[in-house]
Design a binder for this molecule. Structure first.
Ligand SMILES: [Zn+2]
Length: 566
């Protein structure tokens, strides 16, 4: 068991050996992601930090330069950063952190092109510079230095390149342990204590561990976080308790941040600086620094531990649009939603590089996070833990049809084989008001018009969710019973609904069908979204429902036409 600091010689030796092995033996970084990025012809970053004797920014970046990229949390400084980009000219006061640290702004850029004294940089960046130099890499890409922080124009040019920047980096330094730009990369060795126990049965929390006479080793991950067990039986024990060793290993603020998601998905090689030790991740393997950890994972075995790990690579090797959109929803968005952003408007920009990549193949309009040609799949989501709508604005300003309006929650897409279903609705058109030129960037408003079949239904809010069906294999229970309205009078139960918000009274709604399947007895099962009027011409989505009716009955009642959702 290693008990050393991640700044130790042995940690650097581990890092160097993994990079060497990956570059010489694996084919990492030459995957289908690379091919797609080549098609996209995204440029190199405009600037890199040159870590020669004298640290400075350089802007004539060449494609054969080796650089590392940094993935980290701004933390509290992110809130300060908004002052920098604010158009409010009365905000003339310099944010506090700029008095302590020298980031790149329009007033510091010319100085930074000549020399950046290391002591004016936040600790996380100083550590990243030390790591990059010790790995023998000359250049480093860090957003707060390589992008002009108070320039919207520079942000608009540089942020679409994010996918290429991380993918082409020789290695991404991922600061999993820190929660802000001043917390540093290396662990606190006090937290890495381990000891052996020879008792045959040990009890920790709800778990009993049997040692079979062998010593069991324990390591504390972080203060107050409890003790995890690592020996040859570790993975079994952790699996039994439904815990994901990777989440514990990485288990960090970084992993809960929306912006860090695409940095991890698109990087070819990552060195994770965690609380306890280094982890290596590349297209080929995920490997802990501590060789006594038994979960060295290779490509085939990886899905058990980290769905992201296999899915992100597998996803872009698909050629079929239906498979691709299922990967976008299941493996990308389900992991992405629930991660934190400081501003709700960051939801689209923080996943824009991945969306751009998917659309190289889908080749369709991108409407507030929904790909138009497969709109029936994109809309088939339900939000976990729906809350009452906020008092001030019902939809936090984001379009109700899109997952971005509810993405502070975890979101689950309907699980089935879309290839076997009949898609009964089609994208007609969209009106989007964007904040920038970037088609995948932040939006002000969006309207989506869909052509399809719809019926009027009646929703009865259920007093308890006990015993009600779950949403497609998830733990999201139905919140409403759905009745069909026949002849305006008689009502019969036809299904269940899952509301996006709680706090609605029982009411009538429009059920807009997304897709359906019909069994041999002509019983039809449909998935559709629930709509209520927003104005005389537009509707708001407020939930999703599953209904079951005979096909002829549905057809006798349904309308058919274009509906605009805001
Ligand atoms: Zn590799």
């Amino acid at each position: 068991l290693r008990q050393k600091n991640t700044a130790s010689l042995s940690s650097f030796a581990f890092a160097q050996e993994r990079i060497r092995e990956c570059l010489s033996i694996h084919d990492c970084g030459r995957s289908s992601i690379s091919r797609l990025l080549e098609i996209a012809r995204l440029d190199l970053p405009k600037r890199l930090l040159d870590l020669g004797d004298n640290i400075k920014l350089v802007d004539n970046v060449q494609s054969d330069w080796n650089y590392a990229a940094l993935s980290y949390c701004w933390g509290v400084y992110e809130l300060n950063a908004i002052n920098l980009k604010s158009n409010d000219t009365s905000a003339t006061t310099t944010p506090d952190f700029l008095k302590r640290f020298s980031l790149t702004t329009s007033s510091t850029i010319s100085k930074h092109m000549e020399n950046i004294p290391i002591e004016v940089l936040p600790k996380t960046i100083r550590d990243a510079i030390a790591i990059t130099r010790r790995l023998g890499i000359q250049y480093l890409w860090v957003d707060c230095l390589c992008i002009i922080q108070d320039s919207d124009i520079d942000w608009e040019i540089e942020s679409p390149k994010m996918g290429t920047i991380y993918h082409r980096a020789k290695v991404t330094i991922s600061v999993d342990r820190g929660d802000n730009m001043d917390s540093g990369c290396f662990n606190d060795s006090d937290n890495v204590r381990s000891f052996a126990a020879n008792q045959s049965l040990l009890k920790f929390g709800q778990h009993n561990f049997q040692s079979n006479g062998q010593a069991i080793y324990f390591r504390e991950y972080s203060k107050g976080e409890g003790i995890r067990v690592f020996n040859s039986t570790t993975v079994d024990l952790i699996k039994k308790s439904q815990e994901d060793p990777f989440n514990h290993a990485l288990g960090s603020r970084l992993e809960s941040r929306a912006w860090c998601f695409q940095e991890r998905v698109l990087s070819s090689r990552i060195l994770h600086y965690s609380m306890s030790q280094l982890y290596w991740e590349c297209d080929h393997c995920f490997e802990p620094e501590d060789p006594s950890l038994s979960f060295k994972v290779s490509k085939n075995g990886a899905s058990l531990y980290s769905p992201l790990f296999t899915s992100r690579r597998a996803s872009l090797e698909l050629t079929n649009n239906t498979d691709l959109i299922m990967t976008w929803c299941y493996h990308m968005l389900e992991d992405y939603c629930g991660r934190k952003v400081t501003f709700p408007s960051d939801r689209l920009p923080a996943i824009s590089s991945i969306a751009r990549l998917f659309n190289l193949q889908l080749q369709t309009e991108y409407v507030a996070g929904i790909f138009a040609s497969v709109v029936h799949v994109g809309l088939a989501w339900a939000a976990q833990n729906p809350q009452a709508p906020p008092d001030n604005a019902e939809q936090n300003g984001l379009p109700s049809f899109s997952w971005i309006s509810r993405a502070e929650n975890r979101i689950r897409w309907h699980r089935f084989n879309f290839r076997d279903r009949i898609n009964t609705c089609q994208f007609e058109n969209a009106e989007i008001s964007r904040r920038s030129q970037d088609l995948y960037g932040a939006i002000e408003t969006a309207k989506l018009t869909i052509r399809g079949r719809f019926i009027e239904i009646s929703l009865k809010v259920s007093p308890s969710q006990e015993g009600l069906p779950r949403w497609s294999g998830s733990d999201i229970a139905a919140t409403c019973l759905v009745s069909g309205i026949l002849d305006g009078e008689s009502q019969s139960r036809i299904g269940h609904a899952w509301l996006d918000f709680l706090g609605f009274e029982s009411q009538n709604a429009i059920f807009l069908e997304l897709y359906s399947e019909t069994d041999p007895s002509s019983l039809m099962r449909s998935i559709g979204i629930l709509l209520r009027p927003a104005s005389t011409t537009t509707y708001l989505r407020f939930g999703i429902a599953k209904v079951s009716m005979y096909a002829d009955e549905f057809e006798a009642q349904c309308g058919n036409g274009a509906i605009t959702i805001v």
